[in-house]
Design a protein around this ligand. Structure first.
Ligand SMILES: [Zn+2]
Length: 86
């Protein structure tokens, strides 16, 4: 007997239901009582693909961009030879 996962779109409650394939899917949320249960996709590859893409995207953009801009901005002092202290 397959295990189905349902998530309430109203309150976010998640439940697992063991039922026959031919059995009707539950619609009422046991937590809030609303008929807003929706079956979750059990394909793990789909969820891993989505979270992994965003994790690598934010990590690469946040670490490289600020460091490169701060190093190039300040000009070297006394580089043109007009400083009287040199
Ligand atoms: Zn609910």
């Amino acid at each position: 007997m397959p295990l189905y996962e349902f998530r309430c779109t109203n309150c976010g409650n998640e439940i697992e239901v063991l039922q026959k394939i031919s059995a009707p899917a539950p619609t009422d949320c046991p937590a809030c009582g609303q008929a807003t249960l929706s079956k979750k996709l059990t394909a793990a590859g789909f969820q891993l693909k989505g979270s992994g893409w965003y994790a690598t995207d934010f990590k690469g953009g946040g670490s490289s961009t600020p460091a490169a801009s701060t190093e190039a901005t300040p000009p070297p002092p006394c580089a043109n030879g007009t400083c009287p202290a040199c």
